[in-house]
Design a protein around this ligand. Structure first.
Ligand SMILES: [Zn+2]
Length: 290
């Protein structure tokens, strides 16, 4: 099963769960023991904040979350250094660079006023805003993440679910965090290299960044489909230009500027194509708008 990002459709913010098994079965947090669900390659999709680390701080809308590793099994004390290469920590860094939303679950503990009195409570989706490596209270290196709660969550549609009706996809949420599984697959197909200019943006630790651009936009009124034949892997500049009507795709997959001149050609891998009708929809929408 591919890693699932976003809130499962039948789960709501504030929902209570009895134990880790309950969280696992609801697909809110899969691992039964680890606090972070994730890997460097895929990113992290969920964490549990349960006061197990003495350096954690829960401020409600943002959380300073101590990464994985180096902890004494029977107390909140650190007994060894943490590493940014431990899978969970590396996963959170990947989610930061890719803009993946992380499900946050709070477990019962005394030190947070936001924690439930018992069991676990789903706190919603957060973005990894930042991380630092620093010396923790017990003198060992910790990797500490800042996670910010995504404010506009009520209209948020769970992503990576191809069955979701794109008519209800919100445009409030940044496109960086709306990537579906299929958009991530298209980006992976191109190795995060822009189909318009070849740029691949390198981030920390060899993690690359690109955006999945829907040529016929999702949601009302366009009702474009969240399928590979409507998605391009683009750098943020070309994505923005396409979305803002400054770049058009001809039916032969060449690129045209606003003055009608040829400005480039999209590159395609063998296993991917863009349907010309989606490019045509995009051109006609902007032509009629002018
Ligand atoms: Zn580009």
């Amino acid at each position: 099963m591919p890693r699932f990002f976003g809130t499962p459709t039948d789960v709501h913010v504030g929902q209570q769960f009895i134990d880790r098994r309950d969280l696992h079965e609801a697909a809110v947090h899969r691992p039964l023991q680890a606090g972070i669900s994730g890997t460097k390659a895929e990113g992290a999709d969920s964490i549990v904040v349960s006061g197990g680390y003495g350096d954690d701080e829960d401020h409600g809308d943002y959380i300073l979350y101590t990464g994985h590793g180096g902890k004494d099994l029977n107390s909140p004390r650190q007994v060894a250094n943490q590493s940014i290469d431990a899978p969970g920590n590396a996963g959170l860094i990947t989610s930061m660079i890719q803009g993946f939303p992380v499900r946050v679950v709070r477990g019962a503990h005394r030190r947070s006023p936001y924690a439930p009195p018992a069991g676990y409570r789903y706190a919603g989706l957060f973005l990894v805003a930042d991380f630092i490596e620093r010396s923790g209270k017990d003198g060992f290196t910790i990797v500490q993440f800042r996670l910010d709660r995504i404010p506009e969550q009520e209209p948020y549609v769970a992503i990576a679910s191809p069955e979701a009706d794109p008519a209800f996809a919100t445009t409030v949420v940044s496109r960086r965090i709306r990537d579906s599984l299929v958009a991530r697959e298209v980006k992976a197909t191109y190795g995060y290299s822009c189909q318009a200019c070849g740029t691949s943006i390198e981030g920390f630790g060899g993690r690359f960044y690109a955006e999945g651009a829907h040529v016929r936009p999702l949601g009302r009124p366009h009702l474009g489909a969240d399928i590979a034949t409507n998605i391009l892997c683009l750098c943020p500049n070309h994505h923005t230009q396409l979305d803002n009507g400054g770049l058009f795709i001809r039916n032969d997959m060449t690129l045209e500027g606003t003055d009608g001149t040829l400005v480039g050609t999209l590159t395609f891998k063998k296993k991917h194509l863009l349907l010309a009708e989606n490019a045509q929809y995009h051109r006609e929408f902007w032509t009629q708008a002018s």
